[in-house]
Design a protein around this ligand. Structure first.
Ligand code: SF4
Length: 393
């Protein structure tokens, strides 16, 4: 089997929504990223810690794990923040395993399990971080080490496929009626779980996954752009995405001089999408130009740069020799920010020491779509309406 499936579980949101993207991008080089490399190290650390803490190891296996741990600790991405956040993740997984053991004493935990998905998705497989099997309930857990983008388990095709594949693989062990699919993002302090009866999960697999997977495998279906494009290797030069994003430019605005508030509302919906797409196109063009491709009417030029000391120690000596005092040339020692303290010493430790000394002032108002989970802030109009209502009472 190849190391990476054409229709991988991690790419499922993309190929389910845009089936032909799978064949379009299959030969495109994936440059990877430092975030992905950092995530790989965090996953390795998590696996080692989970094996040491939650599985039975003989002395030889323990020795191997110790060696692997030493290797992880030498990695450029390993740091105290990773140590603390992965430890928190391990504790959360342990809690869930204990819950499963409370349901059935012989509950099992499996780590880094290769899951076969070919029953629904041609030639597909994936690796699930954690599978916990107990009487009646199967839980799959996926660690997301990134902190930039929140990832919800609700309706998430990747974790659903892991749940489905794990059920298919292990349902002979127990009578499983419910599948729990959990995503843990320890750096965002976020745990999200979707719970589905197995019948509902199978219905989704048969009605949505299987037909989309067949289209994707055959290179058929319609291109369809959306949020899923951000993970697509064709995101910068895909014609369908460009067409969709430039569609509003041909929109016939009714008022000749000014946009109406309804037209502004429609533009706001695509503004983020346009911004992300513009960045993808710019990055792509930049890489092409660096590789020697001539882009008509564009050229590479030297960018801005900041001045720097040729030799910082020599500059300091020169300033002191010129009778500047240390206070005049050095920054006073500043306390680290809350996040920096947490990164260095762990969230739990800092929360314990500073429990009553951390406040969260109200954030600046931000414009968000109506579907946003945060409650609506009171506008001046609403405040006025409240006063009127109070006056009437
Ligand atoms: S960029 Fe979007 S629309 Fe284009 S192929 Fe990829 S997923 Fe499909």
């Amino acid at each position: 089997m190849a190391g990476h499936a054409l229709l991988s579980a991690s790419g499922a949101a993309r190929w389910i929504n845009c089936p032909p993207s799978a064949r379009l991008t299959e030969k495109m080089p994936d440059k990877g990223s430092s975030y992905a490399d950092e995530g790989t190290v965090a996953h390795k650390l998590a696996e080692i810690k989970l094996r040491r803490n939650l599985t039975v190891c003989n002395s030889k296996q323990r020795e191997v794990l110790d060696k692997e741990l030493e290797q992880v600790k030498q990695d450029q991405y390993y740091n105290s923040e990773m140590e603390h956040t992965i430890q928190e993740y391990v504790e959360q997984v342990a809690e869930r395993f204990m819950e499963a053991k409370a349901r059935s004493e012989d509950a099992q935990i499996l780590l880094e399990e290769r899951i076969d998905l070919s029953e629904w998705v041609p030639e597909s497989f994936g690796t699930c971080d954690v599978v916990i099997i107990s009487e009646g309930v199967l839980e799959v857990i996926d660690l997301k080490y990134g902190q930039g983008v929140p990832v919800s388990a609700e309706g998430n095709p990747q974790i659903r496929l892991y749940g489905l594949g794990a059920w298919n693989e292990y349902s002979y062990l127990y009578d499983i009626s419910e599948v729990r699919m959990t995503i843990i993002q320890p750096r965002r302090d976020d745990i999200s779980t979707e719970v589905l009866p197995i019948d509902e999960l199978l219905e989704w697999a048969d009605n949505e996954v299987r037909p989309a997977a067949q289209l994707a495998f055959d290179g058929k279906g319609d291109f369809s752009s959306g949020d899923h494009c951000k993970w697509c290797l064709a995101k910068a030069n895909c014609k369908a995405r460009a067409d969709k994003n430039t569609e509003p430019l041909s929109y016939q605005f009714k008022d000749p001089a000014l946009l109406t508030i309804d037209e502004i509302s429609a533009i706001l919906f695509i503004a983020d999408q346009l911004q992300a797409w513009a960045k993808n196109v710019k990055d792509f063009a930049y890489d092409q130009a660096l590789a020697g491709v001539v882009i008509p009417q564009w050229k590479l030029v030297e960018g801005k740069s900041d001045r720097a000391f040729k030799d910082a120690e020599a500059a300091k000596s020169a300033l002191l020799a010129a009778e500047f005092t240390l206070d005049q040339i050095m920054k006073p020692q500043e306390m680290l920010s809350i996040s920096a303290l947490e990164k260095k010493h762990g969230k739990k430790t800092i929360a314990g020491v500073l429990k009553d000394l951390i406040i969260k002032p109200p954030g600046k108002p931000a414009l968000a779509p109506e579907t946003d989970r945060r409650p609506k802030l009171n506008s001046a109009e609403n405040d006025f309406a409240d006063i009127e209502m109070e006056d009437l009472l």
